[in-house]
Design a protein. Structure first.
Length: 206
């Protein structure tokens, strides 16, 4: 049985508002771990990942969804300036993690800037997900989840396309969103500025 991802949900010492970079480091670590675990789960369920390139594409899709989900929670909790700072820092750190992991597996490529490519991808997905409703802070709408499922399905081989969307929408995403929600809300609890949970303007990552 795969062990659940352990994540930071509170600070050990509360001595004032944390910087955007401090929050981003913890949030990025959590989202990366749950996205990587989801890809591992797919492999354990006999979905064919085949290559590291496909695995990183799947991780990128999961991350884009989860970062946008964090932005919806930030919109409901933080001031506009703090929200922008935190989400840009999260996106930047995830770009670094993506670059580090790709290079560790495939080696450097002088013709590619993996961090910039990933952040550009986040920008495109932020625009896509801004069209969908996230009814409250513990779930996404069916259309939003279906959009993610379709992106994952498009990356998979023909033999896996039939069932992959059910796996993503019904099994993987509820667990992933629950873990990220618990971590993100706990880490932001040092400075709550409550607003309604709604549909924010798109926040392109830096």
């Amino acid at each position: 049985m795969v062990k659940p991802v352990r994540v930071r949900t509170v600070w050990f010492k509360k001595d004032g508002e944390r910087t955007a970079e401090e929050i981003a480091s913890a949030v990025a670590t959590t989202t990366w771990r749950v996205a990587d675990k989801a890809v591992d789960n797919l492999g354990r369920e006999n979905y064919d990942i085949i290559t590291p390139a496909r695995g990183f594409k799947l991780i990128a899709e999961f991350l884009a969804f989860l970062v946008h989900y964090c932005d919806r929670m930030a919109y409901a909790t933080l001031s506009p300036e703090r929200r922008v700072a935190v989400l840009q820092a999260v996106s930047n750190r995830l770009g670094e993690l993506m670059e580090e992991n790709i290079i560790s597996v495939a080696g450097p490529d002088a013709n590619r800037n993996f961090k910039a490519e990933f952040i550009d991808f986040l920008n495109r997905r932020f625009e896509d997900y801004s069209e969908f409703e996230f009814p409250d802070d513990d779930k996404a709408s069916f259309p939003a989840l279906r959009f993610l499922g379709l992106q994952i399905r498009d990356e998979m081989g023909d033999n896996d396309k039939t069932w992959i969307m059910d796996q993503i929408m019904d099994i993987e995403m509820p667990e992933m969103m629950g873990t990220v929600r618990k971590s993100f809300k706990g880490l932001l609890s040092d400075a709550p500025v409550k607003r309604g949970f709604g549909s924010p303007d798109m926040l392109p990552p830096e």
